[in-house]
Design a protein around this ligand. Structure first.
Ligand code: NAD
Length: 416
């Protein structure tokens, strides 16, 4: 398993923010207003464990910036979730939501826990207690959580139920719910699908032929498994995938349908057919066309960035590259599709889900995918257009667009 430290995550995101603020000529006061989170809530989450003990977990909900609309962002269950990391991820949501122009501010939540070590009953109780303890921060026009690392549609169903016990049935309070409870069709695959749209767009711009393009995906959860599956269905050559325990590699390409069945049946990738084992660290250094970190943050650092051999790095996870790694790859001429663009499909379809809930109406899958394609394509064209006209990286362009939109609305609303 890879280790990571999170001490500097917020400062690292601030490096990207500062660069955009500099380019936009924002003065120090405005930068401070936009950099800082507006509200940070830390809560104790006591849970009766199956063996009768009480264990107290630590939970967070951080609202970074709400000038463009209600706060929006996922809830993460992970052993390394802490206030600093959640704060950093909340700020990414602010710039992401502005970049893809959904009418939300940025927020993030988290509970420091290992969800894989908890029983279903413990997870249910933890989720309810966490929800009740942050409930006064939430609201359908105030703050709307969603799934993230370590959480899923079931966790959203429990959150919705806990909130609804206080406020009456309120499906719009979370997105990423099961479809039976008002979730949107296409939300489960949305982040992965969105990533495939921007991969297709950059491949066209760089002249990379899609058929047979070699892909390596780190992470086989909600984001990684859909990304791998959709690319495989489109004829890409998915040569490696991994989860927390390690991965599998096959130069001639993996059958992702077979692999998915194998993982469902055995609970992991070990022992899968003709493929060779590959470690998470090795996967990041494979020669390929698209390297797609889709698991956790800060997996490509100054230590391994010089050894990355991909033609394009696709940030499906949030903040998988440190600023040092970003600089090294930029210097080496490796394009990076930045997280706030690449993985925005999740929040875009979350926005569609929220709209459907408010109107008590269901869209068909074709409409969801079509509108997702339109929104992702427009965002990609804006980012790549600014990057080439200003001769800057895709990340700097993406942050510049996001920060400019938030600053503009802050000014119109009278904050500045
Ligand atoms: P998930 O919990 O569904 O899956 C995470 C995957 O990563 C699992 O396969 C897990 O085994 C693997 N993993 C965990 N720790 C690892 C490690 N140390 N090394 C290698 N692999 C590891 O989470 P997810 O929802 O797919 O989220 C993945 C990333 O995508 C996160 O950065 C998240 O913030 C981001 N993201 C998710 C969404 C969404 O809609 N779920 C939207 C935008 C961004």
């Amino acid at each position: 398993m890879l280790t990571k430290t999170t001490e500097n995550t917020f400062d690292e995101i601030s490096v990207f923010f500062n660069r955009a603020a500099e380019r936009l000529g924002l003065d120090e006061g405005v930068r401070e207003l936009l950099r800082r989170p507006w509200r940070e809530l830390k809560v104790a989450v006591p849970v009766r464990m199956d063996d009768g003990r009480i264990e107290v977990f630590e939970g967070y909900r951080i609202q970074h910036n709400g000038v463009r609309g209600p706060y929006k962002g996922g809830v993460r269950y992970h052993p390394s979730a802490d206030q600093e990391e959640v704060k950093a991820l909340a700020s990414l949501m602010t710039w992401k939501n502005a970049l893809v122009d959904v009418p939300f501010g940025g927020a993030k939540g988290g509970v420091k826990c290992d969800p894989t070590a908890l029983s279903e009953g413990e997870l249910n109780r933890l989720t309810r207690r966490y929800t009740i303890n942050i409930e006064h921060f939430l609201g359908v026009n105030r703050d709307i959580p969603a799934p993230d690392l370590g959480t899923n549609a079931q966790v959203m169903a429990w959150m919705m139920d806990a909130y609804s016990q206080i406020h009456g049935l309120t499906p719009a309070i979370v997105t990423g719910k099961p479809v039976e409870l008002g979730g949107s069709v296409g939300r489960d695959s949305a982040t992965g699908r969105g990533a495939t749209y921007v991969i297709r767009a950059i491949a066209r711009d760089l002249g990379i032929s899609l058929l047979g393009a070699r892909v390596a995906v780190q992470g086989f959860g909600q984001v990684g498994s859909w990304t791998a599956r959709l690319l495989w269905e489109e004829g890409y050559n998915v040569i490696a995938v991994s989860d927390v325990h390690g991965g599998v590699y096959r130069a001639g390409g993996l059958d992702i349908g077979e692999l998915t069945r194998h993982v469902e049946e055995t609970g992991g990738m070990a022992g899968f057919g003709a493929a060779e084992p590959v470690s998470n660290a090795e996967l990041l250094e494979l020669e390929c066309d698209f390297l797609i970190p889709a698991a956790i943050d800060r997996v490509i650092t100054e230590a391994n960035a010089p050894r990355v051999q991909a033609r394009v790095v696709v940030e499906a996870a949030n903040h998988p590259l440190t600023p040092d790694a970003d600089a090294i790859l930029h210097q080496r001429g490796v394009p990076i599709l930045p997280d706030i663009l690449t993985n925005a499909g999740g929040v875009i379809v979350s926005y569609f889900e929220w709209v459907q809930n408010l109107y008590q109406h269901h869209w068909v899958k074709e409409r969801v995918d079509q509108e997702l394609l339109g929104t992702m394509t427009a965002a990609y064209e804006n980012v790549s257009g600014l990057a080439s006209s200003e001769d800057i990286s895709l990340r700097e362009a993406a942050f510049t667009i996001g920060v400019e939109r938030v600053a503009r609305v802050a000014r119109i609303r009278g904050f500045l």
